[in-house]
Write a protein that binds this ligand. Structure first.
Ligand SMILES: [Zn+2]
Length: 344
């Protein structure tokens, strides 16, 4: 089919509005009509080539946080799927290896890349993706709100529930708590029963964090962060910033039995640790990678139950997405952005 949407023609460039032809869904694939697509820092990183920068992949339509409806199916897909409302799973996992079968699809042994990088995503009004990359979504959640589910809420569900096992009584510090993932991390941790301190910079983001029930602390200078409400130490520290400064601070502020969870990483950043400290106080460093499809379902359920309130600071119609990118780059976007294809 002939469509108009955004495509990236060179890694690191802005996506360009294009007319192009979208192939029919192949074996095991579905065609979805996109209602809306989330816009966050991960999309910018993808467009900069962080998850793949081969010229062979271009041109490609970016955008992985897709909410839409299946409108056609390829060979081998039950046609009863047509009409289903879905959200997209980001990892192009095989869904057949031992990790995928165990419901740990982000650990896939045969990962084929990422939706929106290795195949076209939601910066266009239609998209073709593997059936396995679609997760059912209730009709009750408006499209703009639902764009946060597949990454900005699902990632915190994986961190808080699966990787850290947070529960009542846990004291949790979130570094970067006012960002697109952070503001949802704070809510998911609180929904698990934990007490939360959110670290951020700037009055607006600190106020945003407080608005979601966390105690906010200014982390412009890590040496000045007190964690006073936790008597100075946290049971879990979730680092969404991933700099040497934030990591060094995290390790130094763990309580006995404490865990640092890492999910934002940059090449070349190293973390100095003293193994003796880790032994004496039984501390851990935990890595966390995206989420499973079951966690996308749970993220949607948490939004539907009102346990997590989606924070989408700005939404725009087609042809205006560059203005959202500018807000993201300047750090002034509240929560996530959304590119809306279908009138609500
Ligand atoms: Zn797999």
């Amino acid at each position: 089919m002939e469509i108009e949407g955004y495509r990236l023609h060179r890694w690191g460039d802005a996506p360009r509005w294009d007319a192009f032809s979208l192939p029919d869904p192949g074996r095991g694939e579905v065609l979805i009509q996109v209602e809306a697509c989330g816009v966050g820092l991960t999309v910018l990183n993808c467009m900069n080539g962080a998850l793949g920068d081969s010229p062979d992949l271009l041109p490609v339509t970016p955008g992985h946080e897709v909410v839409g409806r299946i409108v056609a199916v390829g060979e081998g897909v039950d046609s009863r799927a047509i009409g289903d409302r879905v959200i997209a799973y980001f990892y192009l996992s095989c869904f057949r290896c031992r990790w995928c079968l165990a419901g740990r699809e982000s650990r896939c042994e045969n990962l084929r890349g990422w939706y929106g990088v290795h195949r076209g995503g939601g910066y266009a009004p239609f998209s073709v993706l593997p059936e396995g990359n679609t997760v059912p979504l209730s009709e009750s959640i408006p499209a703009v709100q639902a764009t946060v589910i597949p990454d900005a809420v699902a990632t915190p569900v994986h961190v808080c529930r699966t990787r850290l096992g947070l529960g009542p009584g846990d004291r949790v510090a979130v570094i970067g708590a006012g960002g697109g993932v952070g503001v949802h991390m704070v809510q998911v941790a609180a929904a698990c029963g934990a007490s939360v301190i959110g670290l951020e910079r700037g009055d607006e983001k600190l106020a945003l964090v407080e608005g979601f029930g966390a105690v906010a602390e200014d982390s412009s200078d890590f040496d000045a962060v007190t964690l006073k409400d936790f008597d100075g130490r946290a049971d879990a520290i979730i680092d969404l910033v991933g700099t040497r400064d934030s990591l060094t601070w995290s390790v130094s502020r763990l309580a006995t039995g404490g865990r640092v969870c890492l999910l934002t990483t940059f090449r070349g950043v190293e973390l100095p640790v003293q193994p003796r400290e880790f032994v004496f106080r039984e501390m851990s460093i935990v890595g966390s990678r995206y989420a499973s499809r079951a966690e996308l379902l749970e993220a949607a359920a948490m939004v539907e139950r009102g346990e997590v309130r989606p924070v989408v600071g700005v939404s725009s119609g087609p042809r205006e997405v560059e203005s959202i990118h500018d807000l993201l780059r300047s750090g002034s976007l509240e929560g996530r952005g959304a590119l809306v294809w279908e009138s609500q």
